[in-house]
Design a protein around this ligand. Sequence first.
Ligand code: SF4
Length: 83
Amino acid sequence: MKRGDDEHWTEYAACRGHDPELFYPVGFAGPALGDLARAKAICARCTVRSDCLSWALRAGEPDGVWGGTTPEERRYIRHAAVR
Ligand code: SF4
């Protein structure tokens, strides 16, 4: 991917081909923690993780795991950034 070419970062997403439901666990406690851990492990080796997280923060994405973060973690990042 060329630097600055952020329109096509999804082509390099490590989550492509994985079950999308992993990235949208039902809740973030109990049995859903297994899906959450698997999703975060995929994100941890993703080469476009920072692009993904930046996009989710800009978009205010309210659901799912993006850039290795949960919605709650993104809310914390957004609130920390405005302090
Ligand atoms: S950081 Fe995670 S959710 Fe984002 S593109 Fe990569 S694997 Fe997919």
